[in-house]
Write a new protein. Structure first.
Length: 256
């Protein structure tokens, strides 16, 4: 499966989709959905697996009516989010492979497609505890490319989802959602619905990086002192003569 993805034409376009996702994430960061100290919040990155139950629609092509059905498949992705205690904005990049079958009373044609896309979502975490319901939705773009041909198209999508989030630690989290996505293929007369379970695992890399700074110290150098408000991000980090141990000491004028 993955070898076919790597050979497909859409991989030339996925870099553009990823860049768009990163730009949206950076924009969300700049808007300042700042974390509430001690609670959920900050910059997140996560990996996803999305079950996509195939949908159906109808197309009129070549003077005939075709019933189109997309095969059930899986999508894999990566997401970036900027989160406050109760709200978050995110961009999610995904890709996969599926079959699209067209049927008339006299004919049946099946083609293999690779697909990739990006979602831009807003979600709400309804509680500030480690377990919380999540609801949200957004819009996006999905691109289909037929294998071994130049056929392909990009379509607008919109989605809604609901589920649960578990903050395993302040740094790591897991999410289980049920997500529905709607799109309208070219030359069809109705929208197609793709739905299924969506699983994500990720980390708050802003907190994770902060914790590495906070835990980089070992016992205080003799005669030094550190007040709690100076432990994180303090510039007074020194090594002993052998370079074997780090020591935090209070900067000049710091309270004992």
């Amino acid at each position: 499966m993955f070898s076919r993805i790597l050979r497909s034409a859409f991989m030339k376009r996925i870099a553009v989709i990823m860049l768009a996702g990163l730009l949206v994430s950076c924009g969300a960061y700049a808007q300042g959905l700042s974390p509430d100290s001690g609670k959920r919040g900050g910059s997140e990155i996560y990996l996803t697996v999305n079950q996509m139950n195939g949908g159906e629609t109808r197309s009129v092509m070549g003077g005939g009516t075709w019933n189109l059905e997309m095969e059930d498949t899986m999508a894999y992705g990566i997401g970036f989010a900027r989160r406050g205690t109760y709200f978050g904005v995110s961009s999610h990049i995904f890709f996969g492979i599926t079959d699209l079958t067209g049927r008339t009373p006299d004919e049946m044609v099946t083609m293999n497609y690779s697909f990739g896309g990006v979602d831009f979502n807003l979600d709400a975490t309804l509680m500030d505890g480690p377990f919380t319901p999540v609801v949200g939705g957004g819009v996006g773009i999905i691109r289909f490319d037929a294998e071994n041909t130049t056929a392909g198209e990009a379509d607008f999508t919109y989605n809604m989802f609901a589920g649960m989030r578990w903050d395993v630690t302040p740094d790591w989290f897991a999410t289980a959602l049920y997500k529905s996505t709607w799109l309208k293929l070219k030359d069809t007369d109705s929208s197609m619905k793709l739905d299924g379970f969506w699983l994500g695992v990720g980390c708050n890399f802003e907190r994770l990086a902060g914790n590495k700074v906070a835990t980089a110290s070992v016992p205080l150098k003799e005669g030094g002192s550190v007040s709690p408000q100076h432990k994180v991000g303090m510039l007074g980090v020194y090594f002993d003569e052998g370079g074997a141990a780090a020591h935090l000491i209070s900067p000049p004028g710091a309270p004992p």
